[in-house]
Ligand binder design. Structure first.
Ligand code: FMN
Length: 200
């Protein structure tokens, strides 16, 4: 049973993937630690028309309202809250998803910079051999982006690009978003009986 997951959203395009993942986990009764970069909030406003205040403590209710999930499932943290449980391996949180993940955050994690709580929490997952799932979004990819992804894959991170397949013949945008989110849920080992599966 998956109980606690850290979910970070950064300033890459594809806010819909992060929002949908939060919604699906909330519907499954999974408690989440939520981390949002400043750029993530700019993208949320631009792509999802979701305007969050500057106060991290308000984000739980704002996100829960937008996603129609229980606010109690969301615990939000400021990016300099080094006392948050995700900042230390001793808290025992062993799952984290960064969705969408910008090339900037991805590069900083690949090089162990840990300059904010997202990067630190990811570093904790790597050092503790926890499950770190990264959903990068950029196109085209430069050699720097590819090398940083390879570095992270070699360190044990799961790289699940925001790159939906078309073989389930999607009918709408939700189907495409769910394609990526279903793969993330599989890698988190969250029960997901509704997922479309090849050959089944
Ligand atoms: C609407 C919008 C879309 C963006 N899309 C991407 C993207 O797909 N990938 C990316 O790496 N950066 C993208 N950026 C740029 C990042 O937001 C920027 O590099 C930022 O510094 C990332 O900061 P963060 O890693 O702290 O979130 C986008 C910015 C905006 C405003």
């Amino acid at each position: 049973m998956v109980d606690r997951v850290a979910i970070a959203m950064t300033g890459a395009s594809g806010a819909c993937y992060g929002l949908r993942l939060m919604q699906r986990l909330g519907q499954n009764g999974v408690r989440m630690h939520i981390l949002l970069s400043d750029a993530a909030r700019i993208v949320l406003k631009h792509e999802a028309e979701l305007v969050l205040t500057n106060e991290p403590k308000d984000w739980g209710c704002q996100l829960a309202d937008a996603l129609q999930i229980d606010a109690a499932s969301l615990c939000t943290h400021a990016l300099d809250d080094w006392f948050a449980p995700v900042a230390s391996g001793s808290a025992g949180i062993r799952r984290m998803v960064i969705v969408p993940c910008s090339m900037g955050t991805l590069g900083r994690i690949a090089h162990g910079l840990s300059g904010n709580l997202i990067e630190r929490a990811a570093d904790v997952q790597l050092k503790e051999k926890g499950k770190l799932i990264i959903v990068p979004r950029e196109t085209p990819l430069s050699a720097v982006h590819l090398e940083n992804m390879l570095t992270l894959a070699k360190l044990g991170a799961d790289i699940i690009p925001a790159m939906p397949g078309w073989y389930h013949r999607p009918h709408n945008l939700d189907d495409l978003v769910d394609f990526v989110v279903d793969r993330v849920l599989d890698h988190l080992a969250v029960d997901n009986p509704g997922a479309k599966r090849w050959g089944v």
